[in-house]
Design a protein around this ligand. Structure first.
Ligand SMILES: Nc1ncnc2c1ncn2[C@@H]1O[C@H](COP(=O)(O)OP(=O)(O)OP(=O)(O)O)[C@@H](O)[C@H]1O
Ligand SMILES: [Mg+2]
Length: 259
């Protein structure tokens, strides 16, 4: 039996929008310190789950607890307090184009505190270094950066408040395979260095099966499987095999055939 504490608890969650059920009886737990990844096709409900977890959307039915708090029962102030403990890397990166990189990274502090600029720049640089960027990018604008660098800035911003839970929505989408692996390693390193928990949403199978402690497969709002990657990979469900088929082929040892 695991004695690790539960960071996210979702129980019998339903979400209905405009009379359409987009999440159906979803239940899962994320434990402290793990990397938990949600896999599923476009429109399967992955982002919707994250929106409910951070309190941007209310569940139609069911229980959602984060750090022991029932998210949809919180007051505005309590929700702000909870969100401080959660870093959210949005699906589209969502950097502010008219703000410099350093301002993007410490945006929370610019909005909520009166910390002096020098201190904020120092903090921004510290966070940028954690994602392997340096002072050269501080005064650039998001449009001056490559896609991979923008993702890293978005991650630096998400970790700026030292959150104990980081949610990554499609952290490798739109990136080339090499840059994607860099982001994967970064997610792992950050989890280890900051002793935090990560909830990752992806349809990048290499990413899902290399960085995750557990994965959850969702299809049209319903969970199909949850478990360690190697177990889920062997699940014969055709939807799962459609996802992991190519990956399994890649992982097979290839016989060396000299010509
Ligand atoms: N604001 C909204 N209003 C109405 N329907 C929505 C809204 N947002 C999402 N949906 C619907 O809910 C379903 C789940 O969407 P969601 O964004 O959670 O999928 P996803 O798994 O994140 O997909 P993707 O991989 O494309 O990002 C989809 O059918 C989508 O059309
Ligand atoms: Mg999405």
């Amino acid at each position: 039996m695991s004695t690790r504490s539960v960071v996210i608890e979702v129980k019998n969650l339903y979400k209905e929008i405009n009379g359409r059920v987009i999440l159906k009886n979803v239940s899962f737990e994320v434990y402290e310190g793990e990397i938990f990844t949600i896999i599923g096709g476009s429109g399967s409900g992955k982002t919707s789950i994250t929106k409910i977890i951070v309190g941007l959307w209310k569940p139609t039915r069911g229980l959602v607890r984060v750090f022991g708090k029932e998210v949809d029962k919180l007051t505005r102030d309590e929700l702000d307090e909870l969100r401080k403990k959660i870093g959210y890397v949005f699906q589209e990166g969502a950097l502010f184009d008219s703000y410099k990189v350093w301002e993007n990274v410490v945006f929370y502090y610019l909005e909520h505190t009166n910390m002096p600029v020098e201190k904020l720049r120092k903090l921004a640089l510290e966070k940028l270094k954690m994602v392997n960027l340096d002072e050269k990018v501080m005064d650039l604008y998001p449009s001056d950066l490559s896609g991979g660098m923008r993702k890293r800035v978005a991650i630096a911003r998400a970790i700026a408040t030292e959150p104990k839970l980081v949610i990554y929505d499609e952290p490798t989408s739109g990136l080339d395979p090499i840059t994607s692996r860099v982001i994967d390693r970064l997610i792992l390193t950050l989890r280890d260095r900051t002793r935090s928990t990560a909830l990752v949403v992806t349809h990048d199978m290499i990413s899902a099966f290399t960085i995750s402690d557990r994965v959850m497969v969702i299809k049209q709002g319903e969970i199909i499987a949850i478990g360690p990657p190697h177990e889920v990979m062997e699940n014969p469900h055709p939807y799962i095999q459609a996802f992991v088929g190519d990956l399994k082929e890649c992982l097979k040892p290839k016989a060396y055939a000299p010509s």
